[in-house]
Design a protein around this ligand. Structure first.
Ligand SMILES: [Zn+2]
Length: 272
């Protein structure tokens, strides 16, 4: 990936030397590219950011003086922003950002409620599964592809998030069985059991398995195969099937990722 919009204006030299830096200046700085997941104000001019990076996994860092800095993109380091960072490794879990170059702000995601809800679901899921300082290039590239797809104003942002979630589950080792029974491989599964691995046939189902329609499984299968850019473009089932699909998918994700994703209810509310 090459930066698409870098010039001198985008580089934000942060803070000045106070002689009381929290980072260990004996450690060499490291450079990382990634997507901002979370950003919190700290005091007058600082921010704490959580960034999903290619080489260092999830990184939490303090960015000093960033809100005072003027830049083409407002020095915002807000969620969804694709950034190139120079950091120092901290003594604890908090690193220090010494320089930030904004590659793409992905601003349009914040300008539309459906896109924002879909994006929040993606950030939340990544935040749950990514480990701090554990390299995960594929997860970072998936998130970047998701942000780009939403920034391009897709017709169906919820479908982009659902397709993203299926890809994230696959990368995490939990791809649901959709077209065949998760237990015996029967090609006509009619029930759904997250614990057994997705779609199951009547013979393999255990107590707790719920019904699922053929249309919902077909849509899930389409979403799993789709590129994020055109998720939801080839098949547009009715609202009832969409609702069922979301319920199967997010129920499965919650079961396997073992933590409730707070932004899911918001996505369900805004999606038609
Ligand atoms: Zn079976």
């Amino acid at each position: 990936m090459s930066p698409v919009a870098c010039n001198g204006n985008n580089t934000l030299p942060l803070g000045g030397s106070t002689g009381r830096e929290r980072y260990d200046s004996r450690m060499p700085p490291y450079k990382e590219q990634g997507i901002v997941l979370r950003s919190y104000k700290l005091g007058e001019a600082d921010k704490i950011v959580t960034v999903m990076t290619q080489g260092s996994g999830k990184v939490r860092a303090v960015a000093k003086g960033i809100r005072k800095t003027k830049s083409r993109f407002g020095a915002r380091l807000e969620p969804f922003t694709h950034v190139d960072l120079m950091l120092y490794r901290g003594r604890g879990s908090l690193d220090t950002v010494t320089q930030a170059e904004i590659i793409a702000p992905h601003m349009s995601i914040r300008e539309d409620l459906a896109r924002f809800a879909a994006g929040e679901t993606m950030l939340e899921a990544i935040d749950r599964v990514a480990e701090e300082h554990e390299r995960n290039v594929r997860l970072t590239l998936l998130l970047l592809a998701g942000c780009r797809a939403l920034d391009a104003a897709p017709a169906d942002p919820a479908a982009v998030a659902e397709s993203f979630m299926l890809k994230l589950l696959s990368l995490s080792g939990f791809h649901p069985s959709i077209t065949a029974c998760a237990v015996c491989g029967d090609r006509d599964p009619q029930l759904w059991d997250a614990g057994l691995g997705g779609a199951v046939c009547g013979r393999c189902a255990e107590q707790g398995a719920g019904p699922c329609s053929r249309a919902a499984l077909e849509f899930l299968s389409t979403l799993a195969l789709a590129d994020l850019d055109d998720a939801g473009a080839t098949l547009q089932p009715d609202a009832r099937v969409r609702k069922e699909t979301r319920s199967l998918l997010y129920g499965f994700a919650e079961y396997h990722l073992e933590r409730r994703m707070k932004s899911v209810p918001m996505l369900v509310r805004t999606a038609t």
